[in-house]
Every structure is written in structure tokens, then in C-alpha cells.
Design a protein around this ligand. Sequence first.
Ligand code: 5AD
Ligand code: SF4
Ligand code: FES
Length: 344
Amino acid sequence: MKNLLSVIENAEKSHYMEKDDIVRLIKESKYDDELFKAADRVREKYVGNEVHLRGLIEFSNICKRNCMYCGLRRSNKNIERYRIPPDKIIELARKAVGYGYRTIVMQSGEDDYYTVDILKYIISNIKKMDVAITLSIGEKTFEEYKALKKAGADRYLIRIETTDPELYRAMDPGMSHENRKKCIRDLGKLGYEVGTGCLIGLPNQSMESLADDILFFKEIDADMVGVGPFIPNADTPLKDADGGKFEIARKIVAIMRLLMPDINIPATTAMETLNKDGRTLTLRSGANVVMPNVTEGIYRKLYALYPGKICTGDTPAHCVNCITGKIVMIGREVASTKGFRMKM
Ligand code: 5AD
Ligand code: SF4
Ligand code: FES
């Protein structure tokens, strides 16, 4: 069997790893430090020291889906639901641009209230502010994605959640794994920058399955990959599940950076929920993006995917200063560009 240190060294140069070796690296913690350092070097070499900030607007917590892990699932009667009106979304985007954000991410549950026409109105108005727009609003048809792209959307986030079809069926009842993959393909065909990702630590998810996820992201040539630990939510059927581990998620980020040197990888909010330095540790293990929340007021608390979400009591102005400080403290800088992927 190959020595894991040589697996890391080799991947740093070739950006390739066998599935078996990925599994072993996830399971073994002896070489974590070397893995994180190698990922940090690859990050610096390919995407540099700049950290891209994306201003995240969580504009509706209404969702027609029923994902087992998620607090926004339609069967959850314990949360107060909200929709931010279109003009208010545009205003939040304008404020975010004022704070220096060069990308606006519009995220919501799968809420059909926001028709393509309404979304086009919002997107075209935000687009006038000279920013990149990322959508994270779930599964739509090819024609819908096409219309949104034409209106000005640049990128789209849609996690595969897991590449294991059986686990997907158990976690996302009533949804089609095939259709989810089709959505990802459609977005690519339409010229979006495509972001995907998975949850780490779902019930019955094996390390082999996580290795498959990583190889899937590479195979489809994803432009962005965001991963985070699954955090059990008391208002869901998975309330008594174990949940994901921070260190495993961090290693997965590092392996992703070794294998996909030029993509954008966020240090996700869920990472900081499990570890108070979660985002900076992740930024030092391969990540180069952070997506601070720019939603205001009561909405922040109500977008409750999982418990313990950070920043729910803070303002957008506070968060931009907070995260900028953290980035500078680790010797990095906040980017001033829109932060598209530079394919190498
Ligand atoms: N823990 C962590 N992440 C979650 N998400 C949904 N529910 C949870 C949870 N309980 C993630 C999903 C979704 C993203 C917007 O939030 O992966 O794609
Ligand atoms: Fe809806 Fe997304 Fe939550 Fe699933 S993960 S219930 S699609 S908001
Ligand atoms: Fe929101 Fe630190 S980024 S409080």
C-alpha cells in the first residue's frame, strides 16, 4: 500500500488521487497537518492570497421540498415563514454593494412565488450595480435557467448533497437524483459557473461515498464546490442523528483543493458553527471564498437550515468588518474583483 505522505505529495503535483487513497486519507488523521499544508500551498499557487466575499441574501425560507435534514422543509410547522419583497431584495443588494461586495448570492427555499418574471426583475435591477449574480434557488427547467441567465445571472449553486443514489432517496424524499444531475448539466450547458457540493456526515454516509462525491465534483469540472458538515436540526426527522465532524469536512476541503486546484471553494458557515475558528481554519486548508450574510433583521434568524447558525444576531455591517478582520489576521486579503474562476 502506498504511503499516505507520498499520496499527498503526488497529488500536490498531479492533482490526482485514487479513490482508495482518498478514503484512507479521510479515515486516517496522522497526516492531517501535511494534507492541510499541501492544500494551502496549492491554493496559494493557483488562486492566490485573495479571498472573495459573496454577499448572501436569504430572500425566502418557504420551500416546497421536504429534505430530511433541513429546517426549511415544508413539513416543519415550527418556523415562521417569510418572503422578502422584490424591491426590498434589490435594496439589500444595493447595501451589500455599498459594503464592497462584488458578488450577490440570492438564496431561498424552492419557493414558486418568485416566478421567472419576478426573478428577472430582481436580477436585471441588481445587475445594473455591476456585480456578479449567483442564484441558489433549487431545481428549475432548462428554459427557466435559460431565462434567468439571459436576465443577468452568472452563477448557480445547487449541491448534489450526496452522489449515493440510495442515500439521496432516503434524505430527499420525492426528489429525483437523475433530475438533480440534469439540472447541474443544464446549468453548465447554459454557460453558468456551476457550484455544487455535498453534506458531510449524513446518517449512513460512508467515507467511500464521500470519496465518490469528491471524484464527481472533479469529473463534472465544477467551478465551485461548497461542502459542510450536516448539523442535526431538532425540527426535522434527523434530530437524533449524529451529525458531521468538523475535522472530516476540513479534510475534504483540503483534498478537493489538491484535486481541483483552480476552482472556488468557500469556507462555509456550517464549518464555523462547529468550530469557532472554522472559516479561517478552512481558508488555511484550501478554501478561498466566504459568503457572509447580508440579510437584515428578523429574517436572519428565520433562515434556520440548522441550529447554531452564526451571525444571526449581527448586522451586515458588522459581518463585513468581522470577516475582513479575520482574513487580514491570517495574512490574506479581500479581493476587489468579481472572482470568477480562472481556469488553468
Ligand atoms: N446541516 C447542514 N447543512 C444543511 N443544509 C440544509 N440543511 C442542513 C443541515 N441540517 C444545506 C444543504 C443545502 C444548503 C443550502 O444548506 O446542503 O444545499
Ligand atoms: Fe428546501 Fe433546500 Fe431545505 Fe431541501 S435543503 S428543504 S430544497 S431549502
Ligand atoms: Fe458575521 Fe463574524 S461574519 S459576526
